[in-house]
Design a binder for this molecule. Sequence first.
Ligand code: KIV
Ligand code: ZN
Length: 511
Amino acid sequence: MNDKLIIFDTTLRDGEQSPGAAMTKDEKVRIARQLERLGVDVIEAGFAVASPGDAESIRSIAGIIKNSTVCSLARANERDVRAAGEAIKPAASGRIHTFIATSPIHMEKKLRMQPDQVVEAAVKAVRLALEYTDDVEFSAEDAVRSDMDFLCRVFDEVIKAGAKTLNVPDTVGYSIPALWGERMRQLIERVPNSDKVIWSTHCHNDLGMAVANSLSAVMNGARQVECTINGLGERAGNAALEEVVMAVKTRRDIFTCDSRIDTTQIVPTSRLVSQITGYPVQPNKAIVGANAFSHESGIHQDGVLKHRETYEIMRAEDVGWGANKLTLGKLSGRNAFRTRLHELGIVLESEEAVNMAFARFKDLADKKREIFDEDLQALVAVDGSIDTCDRFKLVSLKVCSETGETPHAYIVLSDGGLELRADEFGGGPVDAAFRAIEKMVGSGSTLLLYSVNNITTGTDAQGEVTVRLSRNGRIVNGQGADTDIVIASAKAYLNALNKLFGAEERAHPQV
Ligand code: KIV
Ligand code: ZN
């Protein structure tokens, strides 16, 4: 019997720390439901003390999710731990994940604390967390640059205090696989009662080794991996869940553990996270990239046709590729629409939201002959128009683009119900549309990123546009989808503005 490998997903917390990836409560709930379908053991739903909105998102997720543990992060202080404890209260199974930095550089320069004070704070936080739940995890932030003797001391003390999971983070993505595995092996060997707890690894990808380091830790005794969908996360990101899970599953000859992940849900989860956060997946990304299972060269194609395993070590359908069914068409009714959304795990909370989504579906079916699952997911995941509370909404758009002429856009939008109109010229139709919107809104934001991806194939496919805006140090991503990419672009720009104007102040756990 293989050991159990616990999959701890932190897409909603560490993943959300990526620039512009901040999500609304509804978006987080949608992702949490999909993570539950995927079969993750622990969902780190956020950092409760960051803001009232963050705490509310965790509380909602805790109230809905039944088959995964719901966790909140907390720094090792009373306010954070109490906020986390309150937020996870509705959970069928709730965890508090408390942490403090243990490396000399972090203790001295960031915390301005002596090592003894750090040990004391860690122990106190774990004890307090136990008043809310018996499932308490402790992380030694920047373990990679921490002194080994001190790390052993901290872990020894938090085990005595009652922590059940000990997480060893490579916070800055500095390690290499051989050293990271060795660190895990030594900790398990040296810390008293190490067999009474679960050892966990949490790796960042600054040197491109987050997955390799995580797997090395697993080979040396770690039985929990902290990871994110598509490797989303701070800077270069975290270890990618799909890569860790598939490596362990595919190399059963090497790993003596396995996860309970339903791998056929990997691609749908990847899509959902990408659509909601506005972080596209690169085509050559392992497992979930569009090219991950396509064979371009003639020799490879010939080999695969003769015997699939000549060039394929995994089956595309096992990770959820090819499950994209042609689902609905122009004549499909409301019930069929609602049933398919339900099968895809999409729950629209109100009747009004269903009505709006259905109207958008009918609209799309008029423009696009075949509607796939991805189109339906985009319909509800991309752009805020399902959310009736949005301040800015696109009413109409007209662009004029002609060889030898300067492109011109004319836009009508609703600002909290008030209709505004403007027209502008630009370098291209999208530029003209953005200028016209700025003329009305005057956000003064800077455009950091503009990208277009097709949701399905074909020239009638919907274009999915991501716009990243920055203003006064705040960064947001906006998404829009439409068969007309200028309209998709305008929707994405307005979606970003809605987030920019609606965002609340939030604390960052590691600053
Ligand atoms: O990278 C890190 O150290 C973290 C901790 C909060 C676990 O995200
Ligand atoms: Zn991290």
